[in-house]
Design a protein around this ligand. Sequence first.
Ligand code: ZN
Length: 121
Amino acid sequence: MLYLQAMDISSYKSKLQQEEAQLELELTDMGVLDFNNGVDWTAKGEEYVETADLNILADADEEQEVKKEIVNQLEVRLKNVKEALKRIEDGTYGICVSCNEAIEPARLEANPAAKECIRCS
Ligand SMILES: [Zn+2]
C-alpha cells in the first residue's frame, strides 16, 4: 500500500483548511447556523416583500429555493471537508473508507476531501 508522505498531508491539510474557511464565509453570508448542533445550516429568510404583485412574489419564492439549494450544497461540502480534516487528525487520511486501499494522489489533488478511491466512488 502506498502511504502519503507527511509533507503531502500537510499540503492537503492547508488546502482543506482554506476551503473550510471559504465555505464558512459563504454559508455565513447566505445561511444561518443551527447553534444546537453546530453543523446544520438553513438558508436565511428572504427579505419581506411588501407587494401584491404575484409575479414578484413568485420570483422571490424561486430565489429562496435557489438559495436553499446552494446552502445545502455548501453544507454538504463543508461536512466533507471537516470529515477529511478529522481523518488527518486520526491518521486515516488518504485511505479509502470502502476498501481500505490508498486513494490515488491525483484524486486527492483534484479533491482533497475525497474519502473513497476512484474505483469505489
Ligand atoms: Zn476504494
